[in-house]
Structures are given as C-alpha cells and as structure tokens.
Design a protein around this ligand. Structure first.
Ligand code: NAP
Length: 251
C-alpha cells in the first residue's frame, strides 16, 4: 500500500453525509476508512464503489458510543494505513419527536453518549495520533454539528440540538487547545439535508414537510455538506480553525 497519500477516517461513513464525504475524499486523493455500526451491506457496497473508482478504502465496524470500540477502530486504521491525516466526527443520531417534558433520562443519556461522548473520545484518539505533542505530523478534524444547535429544535428533539451545541463548543475549545500542535479543528453545521436520518427518527416525510419553510425552498444534499467538509480538511483552509461553517441554505 502506498504511503504518500493522505488518510481519512469518517465515522458513520457508510451512508448519508458520511458516504458523500468518503466519495469526495477518494476523488481528492485520500485513502479512506469508512466506519459504520450495523449496516455492513451499505459499508461494503460503498467500499466496493470507492475501489472501483481507483480509490483505497476499507470498512471498519464500531460504535462511537463505546470507548473500547472507538479505540479498536483507530487501531484498525493504524494497521491498515500506518498514519492518520484527517478525521471527521460525522456519526450522529436523532430520536423520535418528543417534548423535553416527555424525555426519559435514558433517552437523553443515549443521545449524549453517541453524539457528544463519542465525538470527544474519537477526537481524543485522533489528537493522540496527529498532534506534534504526541510525535504526530499534524492534521485536520471536522465535526458535524447542526443548525439545531442554534434553533433548539423545540417540540422535536431539544436533546439532539443540545448535543450539537456541545459539538460547537468542542470545536472551539479543541481548536484552541491544539492550535500549536499542527491540528486544525472546525465544524460544519448543516441545515435540513436529504438523508435517511429523518426516517430513523420516525419522520420520513420531514424534508418534504419542511422544505417550503426554508429560504431556498429545498433541503441540502449530502454532497453540498461534504464539499464544505472537504474544504475545511484541505490546505486551502490552512488559516481556518475553530470555525463553525453553516451549510444550511440561509436558515
Ligand atoms: P444518517 O443518514 O442517519 O447516517 C448515519 C451514519 O452514522 C450511518 O453510517 C450509520 O451507520 C452511522 N452511525 C449511527 N450511529 C452510529 C454509532 N453509534 N457509531 C458509529 N456509526 C454510527 O445520518 P446523516 O443525515 O448523514 O448525518 C450525519 C451527521 O450530520 C450527523 O452527525 C447528523 O447529526 C448531522 N446532521 C444531519 C442533518 C440532516 O438533515 N441529515 C442535519 C444536520 C446535521 P449504519 O449504516 O451502520 O447504520
């Protein structure tokens, strides 16, 4: 396996925005590790597609909400690629529509474990590999936030919105913490984007229902979000760190 090409790990890379990031990353010349949690068929199909276009890619199973699985996932990337240049904290969940006065502690804890603790533990493993303080060569991290962090998602999922507020703060704090260690940390904050996440939260019609309320009268595409992620990972963004880039069509 060649060693000169940059490498990228994308959590939740098998579907939706993560898959679009993996496709664009291969086009940009990265070797890509595609993380997933349960849908192995989707991950394998994407890897086959990436290889068919001449890319280097492999699938790695792991729950970002499980610390031991996160560590194992990064070790699998070490074995396959021998280096880590870029990391995208993309895996995230929503839950079914509920008001705060209806939310169980278990629901909120699961949301925070996957979306927040998972992002922190993954960022820790990425920094340990990239930081010049740890003998690394630097790198770039992009976190997937959400417009929900600004809007609050009332009556829908304030727990999710709050988890993305934490991602914004992680982005700002970690960016400053590692600014002198060769690592840039930024966030992309999508608005409503056409993926299967809405169906996973019991609202398969969410995009159709909401698009007339959006300034551009349409949802974003996974590719439009991925373009912003690839930009922030790239050297073109060399003086950008701690930024939260809205990709929300003006919402
Ligand atoms: P999606 O279509 O539901 O895809 C989710 C991906 O994450 C899948 O690859 C899934 O793997 C993986 N995943 C789920 N839970 C995981 C876990 N615990 N550990 C590891 N992987 C896990 O989601 P998406 O819409 O592309 O969203 C991607 C990110 O963008 C999320 O952080 C989301 O909050 C954010 N975002 C999305 C929107 C939107 O409207 N779509 C808007 C704002 C922000 P499997 O295939 O194995 O299930």
């Amino acid at each position: 396996m060649s060693t000169e090409k940059k490498t990228l790990l994308v959590t939740g890379g098998s579907r939706g925005i993560g898959a679009a990031i993996c496709r664009q990353a291969v086009q940009a010349g990265y070797r890509v590790a595609v993380n997933y949690i349960s849908n192995q068929a989707a991950a394998d199909a994407l890897v086959a597609e990436l290889k068919a276009t001449g890319g280097e890619a492999f699938a790695v199973k792991g729950d970002v909400g499980n610390e031991a699985e996160v560590v194992a996932m990064f070790e699998a990337v070490d074995r396959a690629f021998g280096r880590l240049d870029a990391f995208v904290n993309n895996a995230g969940i929503v839950d079914v529509k509920a008001r705060v006065d209806e939310m169980s502690a278990e629901r909120v804890e699961r949301m925070m474990r996957i979306n927040v603790v998972g992002s922190f533990v993954c960022a820790r493993e990425a920094v340990k590999r990239m930081s010049t303080r740890h003998g690394g060569k630097g790198g770039a991290i992009v976190n997937l936030s959400s417009a929900a962090a600004r809007l609050g998602s009332p009556g829908e999922y304030v727990d999710y919105a709050a988890s993305k507020g934490a991602i914004d703060t992680l982005t700002i704090g970690l960016a400053r913490e590692v600014a002198l260690e060769g690592i840039r940390v930024n966030a992309v904050s999508p608005g409503i984007t056409e993926t299967e996440i809405h169906a996973s939260g019991g609202q398969p019609d969410r995009v159709a229902r909401m698009q007339d309320l959006l300034p551009m009268k349409r949802a974003g595409t996974a590719d439009e979000v991925a373009s912003a992620v690839l930009y922030l990972l790239s050297d073109a963004a060399s003086y950008i760190t701690g930024a939260i880039l809205n990709v929300s069509g003006g919402r």
